[in-house]
Design a protein around this ligand. Structure first.
Ligand code: PLP
Length: 396
C-alpha cells in the first residue's frame, strides 16, 4: 500500500511537462528549428559571470570538507547577513540574519510556510488566480484547503470584492505572486495597499492575523522601470518566500529563503514553525556551495536585456495580429486570451498543426488563456510568428 494522495500526485499528468516532452520528441524527428516551444519557465540567460567566478574562487580557496559539508539547518550566518544587508539597503527594512531561513529554492520555502500555517484540517489558504499550479498540492498535502480568488481578467490585478468574500475565520494565509507566473503582470502599489487594508481589517474582525505569503522568485525580473513594492513594507504580517532560480538563473542549484520579519505577529513562533516544517520534510541545510556563492553575490542583478527584447518582440507581434494579452511588465511570461475562448483546443491544434507549444491556463486557475514562456531564443520567436498568425486566422 502507498499513500493515496502521494500516488495521485506522482501519477497525475503535467500539461507543461507533457508539452515539453512532446517538443523534445518532435525536435528529434523533424529538427529543433521546426518546433516552437513556449512551455517551460527555464531561464535562458546565463547566470551572472560573478556567480561562476565565485564558484571557482570558493572551490579553490575553501577547505573541501567545509564546501561539501553540512551547514546549520537555517543556513550560514554569513549568507543570511549578506541577504539581510541587501534587502535593507534596497527596501529600508531592518531584517536580520535571524529573520531568514535558507531553503532549496521557493518551492520548499512555500511548503514550509504553508505547513507551518496549516494548523488543522479546517485551515484555509487563499490563492489569487491565475496562480502557480503547485500551490494546490503544497496546500492540500498539508491537510489545508486552497481557496481560489477568481482572476480579474481586465487587468490581472486582484479582484478585491471576490477576495474579501473568500476570507473566513479559517483563513490562515493568502499567497500572492508578483511579478506573476503566468500573467507576467506586476501588482501595483495601489493593489497591494488595498490588499493590506482588507487583510488588516479581516484579521482584526476574526481576532487572528491573516498572514500574507509573498512568493517572489521573479522580484528582480521587471521591465520599463515598473515598481515592485516590497510587501513587508506595506503589510506587517508578510512572510517572504524567495528564490535565486530566476533572478540569478540558478534553478538547478536550489537556493532561496523564507523571511519572517520581526513585524510579523508571533514572529518567533512563525519562524520556529517554519524551521520545524523544514525539519519534518528534510528541507534543511540547502547546498553549502550555493550558500557561499550567495554570500558573495547577494547584490548581483540579472541582465534582463534578452528577456526584454523577447517580451517586446512577442507582445508587439501578437497584439498586432489581433491577440489580446495582459500587459507583461515582469517575469518572462505572456498570458494570451485564446481567440475563441477555448485554450485547450487552441493548445492542441497549435501543437498538432504547427509544433507550437503553449500552455492552457486551466491549471493556473484561469481557463481560456494561454501561457507563453518567452525565456527562449529571439530567433525561435521570429520563426514561430507565422504559426501564431496561421492560428489566429484559422479562427476568423
Ligand atoms: N513560485 C513560482 C510562482 C514559480 O514560478 C516557481 C517556479 O517556476 C516557484 C515558485 C518555484 O521556484 P523554485 O525553483 O525556486 O523552487
Amino acid at each position: 500500500m502507498v499513500n493515496k494522495t502521494c500516488h495521485q500526485l506522482g501519477t497525475a499528468p503535467s500539461v507543461i511537462r507533457e508539452l515539453f516532452a512532446y517538443g523534445l520528441q518532435q525536435a528529434a524527428a523533424i529538427g529543433a528549428e521546426n518546433v516552437y516551444d513556449y512551455s517551460l519557465g527555464n531561464p535562458s540567460i546565463p547566470a551572472p559571470e560573478k556567480v561562476n567566478q565565485a564558484i571557482c574562487d570558493i572551490l579553490r580557496d575553501t577547505d573541501s570538507i567545509q564546501v561539501h559539508g553540512y551547514s546549520m539547518a537555517a543556513g550560514f550566518n554569513g549568507t543570511r547577513n549578506a541577504i539581510a544587508a541587501n534587502l535593507n539597503k534596497r527596501f529600508g527594512t531592518d531584517i536580520k540574519a535571524e529573520n531568514l531561513f535558507l531553503t532549496c529554492g521557493a518551492a520548499p520555502a512555500l511548503i514550509s510556510v504553508i505547513k507551518a500555517l496549516a494548523v488543522d484540517n479546517n485551515s484555509e489558504i487563499i490563492a489569487v488566480a491565475p496562480f502557480f499550479p503547485e500551490y494546490r498540492p503544497f496546500v492540500e498535502s498539508n491537510g489545508a484547503k486552497l481557496v481560489v480568488v477568481p482572476a480579474d481578467t481586465e487587468a490581472f490585478q486582484i479582484n478585491m470584492d471576490a477576495l474579501e468574500q473568500c476570507i473566513t475565520p479559517c483563513t490562515q494565509g493568502i499567497i500572492i505572486n508578483s511579478p506573476n507566473n503566468p500573467s507576467g503582470v506586476v501588482y501595483t502599489r495601489q493593489t497591494l495597499e488595498q490588499l493590506a487594508v482588507i487583510l488588516t481589517r479581516k484579521g482584526e474582525e476574526y481576532g487572528h492575523p491573516i498572514y500574507l505569503i509573498s512568493d517572489e522568485p521573479y522580484r528582480e525580473l521587471v521591465y520599463g522601470g515598473v515598481e515592485v513594492p516590497f510587501m513587508p513594507t506595506i503589510y506587517k504580517n508578510t512572510i517572504v518566500c524567495y528564490s535565486y532560480s530566476k533572478s540569478l538563473s540558478l534553478p538547478g542549484e536550489r537556493i532561496g529563503y523564507v523571511c519572517v520579519p520581526d513585524s510579523v505577529e508571533n514572529a518567533a513562533d512563525v519562524y520556529a514553525a517554519v524551521a520545524g516544517a523544514g525539519r519534518a520534510m528534510g528541507h534543511v541545510c540547502p547546498p553549502t556551495l550555493m550558500q557561499l556563492v550567495i554570500e558573495r553575490c547577494a547584490d548581483e542583478l540579472p541582465d534582463l536585456a534578452a528577456y526584454d527584447e523577447n517580451r517586446l518582440l512577442l507582445y508587439g507581434a501578437l497584439t498586432e495580429m489581433g491577440y489580446e494579452c495582459a500587459k507583461p511588465d515582469g517575469a518572462f511570461y505572456l498570458f494570451v486570451k485564446a481567440p475563441n475562448g477555448d485554450a485547450n483546443a487552441f493548445s492542441q491544434k497549435a501543437k498538432l498543426e504547427h509544433n507550437l507549444l503553449v500552455v492552457p491556463g486551466d491549471g493556473f486557475g484561469c481557463p481560456g488563456y494561454l501561457r507563453l514562456s518567452y525565456c527562449v531564443s529571439g530567433d525561435m520567436i521570429r520563426r514561430s510568428l507565422p504559426a501564431f498568425k496561421a492560428m489566429i486566422e484559422s479562427y476568423r
